[in-house]
Structures are given as C-alpha cells and as structure tokens.
Design a protein around this ligand. Structure first.
Ligand code: R5P
Length: 288
C-alpha cells in the first residue's frame, strides 16, 4: 500500500503509518502567488492501493481542495485503488434543503471527491449516519465509541448515565451507554443559529448521577453549555464530556473548562488540537 498525507493532520498520518509499520510517503504542496495550490505525490504509486489521509479540518476549504488535488494526482499516477481517509467530514452538517435556495454541501463534496478520483471513502462519526448515502463510492463509516468507552471504564460507573444533547445523536448515545452498562438520557435540542441552541427539556433521569455527555462534535461548545444548565437544574452529581471531533472553535475549550462542575472533556484526534486548546481538563484519545 502507499499512504500519503495532506497538510491537515500529518501527525495522525504518521501515527497510523507507525501502527501499520509502513512509511508515510512524502507529498509536496505548493501555493502559487495567485493563491492556487499544487500537489505532487513524491513516491511512485502505480498499481498500488493508495490511501490519502486528510480530515476536513480548518481551514476546511483549503484542505478540501488539497485533497481533491491529491486524488487527481493519484489517479493520474495510475493508482490501482484510491481511498480518501477523511476522519472528519466537515460538510456533513449540510445534508438537506432546510431553507429555500440553499446549498447541500454534504452531497456536493461527496460528488467532488468521487469525480476527483476517490474509489472509496473511510470516515468517522458523520454528523448523521445517512450522509454516507450521498457517496456514489463505497464508504466505511467508523466510530470511536470503543476508544471512548475504554477511557471511561476507568471510572466508577455504578451511578453513571450517558446524556446526548439532542435526539439526533440518541442512537449513538444509547450504543455508548450499552457499552458502559449505564442508562441514557437525552435533551430535546433546537438549533436557533450557527452559534445558538435551545434545549427545551431533558428526557431521562440524571439526578444524583455521574453524567457522561456524548456528542458527535464540539464546535462552539454552545450545545454543551446549554445542556449543562439542565444538568444542574436536574441535580446531576458530576459531569464529564465526550465527543469524537474536538473542533473546539474560538474559546470553546476554555469556556467549557471554566465550568466548575465539568470534571473532564474528552475528544479524539480526528482533527489536530492546537496547543492553546490543550487545557488540563482536556483529554485527547488517539483513533490511529
Ligand atoms: C449537532 O447539531 C451536533 O450533534 C453537535 O451538537 C453540534 O454540532 C455542536 O456544535 P456546538 O458546539 O457549536 O454547539
């Protein structure tokens, strides 16, 4: 096999290659004075099983175009099969026409990846699982519930409960709760804008319980902060937070960590986590 990484998350690519015992092959990336990007795969991959590792982390558009160019380069180099390994598929939240004349990025980007040369997609914890149906090529949709469960099993969970901030994520939360052998609860969340959500009620019992909040991603932290209000009102005993994708935009990590009753925030390394976001309460698990 031949594994290449874009510029989004070379540390994860290195980790994956170390686990597989294969070298990470070099890629050259050039940005011209007109702001266009050029990519060159710097190792022969003719007739090989090629894997291109690139989460769509910030800056999403740059990383997307880079991945499209890598796919094009691999196809042009006569690769036998090309898998785009996209641990975080950023456009998954744009999955329906929920307003007039609105774009559906989740589907369009899926089309672009296939057109550019992807024979197969390997991704993790899509915002909603049905997004994999947008792809015309096979998709392996992985999740991180095993890694997250292994982490939380170190705690006494006799009085635990898994809480999903919204009903859309309740199925994953139920699967996670089952792994941990605890009950689950969920919030009824409504998104008001990109940065604002409202949770109207909490379904399930959290009183005097040790809560593990599970979400697919934390972006602004708004969903979790709104959920914390309800958990306090319902007298939860302790609160830990878990998600797959720690996007943690702006001051999300600091805002969450500043909440005195939040004991820990756990995410995985599907996207790189900058040093300034690595507060003491943050644990980053590897999905390599
Ligand atoms: C739902 O809408 C998702 O499952 C996440 O809850 C959401 O993307 C998190 O975003 P934020 O942290 O900005 O509330």
């Amino acid at each position: 096999i031949a594994i290449f990484s874009g510029s989004a998350h070379p540390a994860l690519a290195e980790e994956i290659c170390a686990k597989l015992g294969v070298p990470l092959l070099p890629t050259r990336l050039k940005r011209f004075s007109n702001d266009c990007i050029e990519v060159q795969l710097q190792a022969n991959c003719r007739e090989q099983d090629v894997f291109l590792i690139q989460p769509l982390s910030s800056p999403v558009q740059d990383h997307l175009v880079e991945l499209l160019l890598m796919l094009d380069a691999a196809r042009g180099a006569s690769a036998a099969r090309i898998t785009a390994v996209i641990p975080f598929y950023a456009y998954a939240r744009s999955d329906k026409k929920d307003a007039p004349r609105i774009s559906i990025g989740g589907r369009l980007v899926a089309d672009l990846l296939a057109t550019a040369g992807a024979d197969r997609i390997l991704t993790m914890t899509l915002h909603s699982p049905q997004v994999h149906g947008f792809f015309s090529v096979p998709v392996d949709h992985l999740h991180a519930l095993g890694e997250l469960a292994q982490h939380f099993q170190r705690y006494d969970l006799a009085n635990g409960v898994v809480v999903s901030p919204d009903l859309g994520n309740a199925k994953s939360a139920a699967a996670f709760a089952k792994r941990l052998g605890v009950p689950m609860a969920a919030g009824a969340k409504e998104r008001l804008s990109d940065t604002e959500v409202r949770i109207s009620m909490l379904i399930g019992d959290v009183r005097d319980r040790d809560v593990i909040v599970l979400d697919d991603e934390i972006v602004t932290g708004g969903s979790i902060l709104e959920l914390l209000r309800h958990l306090r009102d319902h007298k939860a005993r302790s609160i830990r937070i878990a998600c797959t994708h720690g996007i943690l935009s702006g001051s999300a990590t600091r805002r969450l960590a500043a909440e005195p009753d939040v004991l820990e925030i756990v995410c995985t390394n599907t996207v790189p986590i900058a040093a300034e976001k690595r507060v003491p309460k943050l644990t980053v698990l590897s999905i390599a």
